[in-house]
Design a protein around this ligand. Structure first.
Ligand code: MLT
Length: 413
């Protein structure tokens, strides 16, 4: 028998969303009549069809694959230049960020990249996460052996947790001591909070002072409505010396089932080798990707490129405003029901304090039993998420309105 990676045995629970699915399936088994009434506002999965511009581009690319002259086999490992160039121009140069096409790596998802990036970092780094946090950052560090065991609250040894709660306005305090790697996610999953230019400037200054690396997850940047909030960490001066950025087409263009994302690793951004020399992360990631990944299909990359056409920009803006109108309906519905509500104005997630001091999982059960609505328990995102709950704005208008109506009539305090 082979031995196993024992780090997996340190994981406290199943991955959050399958765990929710398991509990919902159990509920349906016990209450079969409730099955068709269930409304899922748990996982942030899109519901609206892909933008027409992407569909047209992908159909055309499929046809190209049918002819010798236009057929594509393996693509460039870093991604097709047509897509990297469109991203550099529209997402970075247009915002004054000094990022070039060859610093962009196309992938099939930010989750995979957030996990994979640990391959190129050492195991002796001090790693900080906000708490609550997107569980992938923590679990992947557990799996690779970067943490100790979990305590009763679910906090893993060796990781530094920076609480983000209503008490500190969901703004993580800059650590007093040196951390080597810090994960930041803005707009934030799960709290729906955003980071101002001033806040990000402080983080970049901290990272420069301590030689830290910021892993910046900007998967939800398209949902920012406030013109003063940065969409990219590279809008902050010197950020290219300290930060890697993860971006995705999943939420803005509805690619959760289509799969396309990208990671930006600026040239010059370096880590230290065992012999003390400086090594560029860009080259290491290129080497890692060319060994472990064969790229995103030509057809999908053509679809993603179409996001940047005039029609694609209009259609993705339409999708974003559709979900943000859902977020408004959720915010207002919950506020009317007497709950303390956060987020949901620059992010597709609404974060609430559970009523009557219920734990997050108690409120999950209350909501499921009394209204047949599925949300995500805040404690699933970390110990400081206990007593909070997340609702996602990704659903049909009809379901969102129905959900708020049910909450208003059943749970209003
Ligand atoms: C979420 O619900 O937090 C998201 O679906 C996570 C993800 O995109 O992986």
């Amino acid at each position: 028998m082979p031995t196993i990676n024992n780090n997996f045995l340190k994981l406290k629970a199943g991955y959050l969303f399958p765990e929710i699915g398991r509990r919902v399936a159990e509920f349906i088994k016990a209450n079969p009549d409730a099955a068709e009434k269930i409304i899922k506002l748990g996982i942030g999965d899109v519901t609206e069809p892909l933008p027409e511009a992407c569909i047209v581009a992908m159909h055309k690319a499929v046809d190209e694959q049918s002819q010798h002259e236009s057929f594509h086999g393996y693509g460039p490992e870093q991604g097709y230049p047509f897509l990297c160039e469109a991203i550099a121009e529209h997402d970075y140069l247009s915002r004054g960020c000094d990022i070039s096409a060859d610093e962009i790596f196309i992938s099939d998802g930010s989750k995979c990249d957030c996990a994979g990036i640990l391959d190129i970092l050492g195991h002796d780094n001090t790693i900080a996460v906000t708490d609550p946090v997107y569980p992938v950052y923590v679990d992947t560090n557990v799996m690779i052996g970067n943490t100790g065991e979990a305590d009763d609250a679910g906090r893993y040894g060796k990781l530094i947790y920076i609480p983000v709660t209503a008490e500190n306005n969901f703004t993580p305090e800059i650590p007093a001591t040196k951390v080597d790697v810090i994960y930041l996610c803005y707009p934030n999953n799960p709290t729906g909070s955003v980071a101002s230019k001033e806040t990000l400037t402080k983080w970049v200054a901290y990272a420069k002072q301590h030689g830290s690396l910021i892993l910046y997850d900007a998967a939800y940047e398209a949902f920012i409505a406030d013109p003063d909030i940065p969409h990219s960490i590279y809008e902050i001066e010197d950020a290219r010396e300290v930060a890697i950025e993860f971006r995705s087409f999943s939420k803005n263009a509805g690619f959760t089932g289509t799969r396309c994302a990208f990671t930006v690793i600026p040239k010059g951004l370096s880590g230290t080798a065992a012999d003390g020399s400086m090594v560029e992360l860009h080259g290491l990631w290129g080497r890692r990707q060319s060994t472990k990944f064969n790229g995103v299909s030509y057809i999908i990359q053509r679809g993603a490129e179409a996001v940047y056409t005039e029609a694609g920009q209009q259609q993705t803006a339409g999708l974003v405003s559709f979900y943000m109108e859902n977020a408004r309906i959720i915010r207002e519905g919950l506020t009317r029901a007497g709950m303390a509500v956060y987020g949901g104005t620059n992010a597709p997630y609404v974060w609430i304090k559970t009523p009557d001091n219920q734990t997050s999982w108690e409120f999950f059960d209350t909501l499921l039993n009394d209204t047949h609505i599925v949300g995500t328990p805040g404690s699933g995102f970390g110990a400081s998420g206990e007593g909070y709950f997340r609702l996602s704005a990704f659903n049909s208008r009809e379901n969102v309105e129905d959900a708020m109506q049910r909450i208003g009539s059943v749970l209003a305090v």
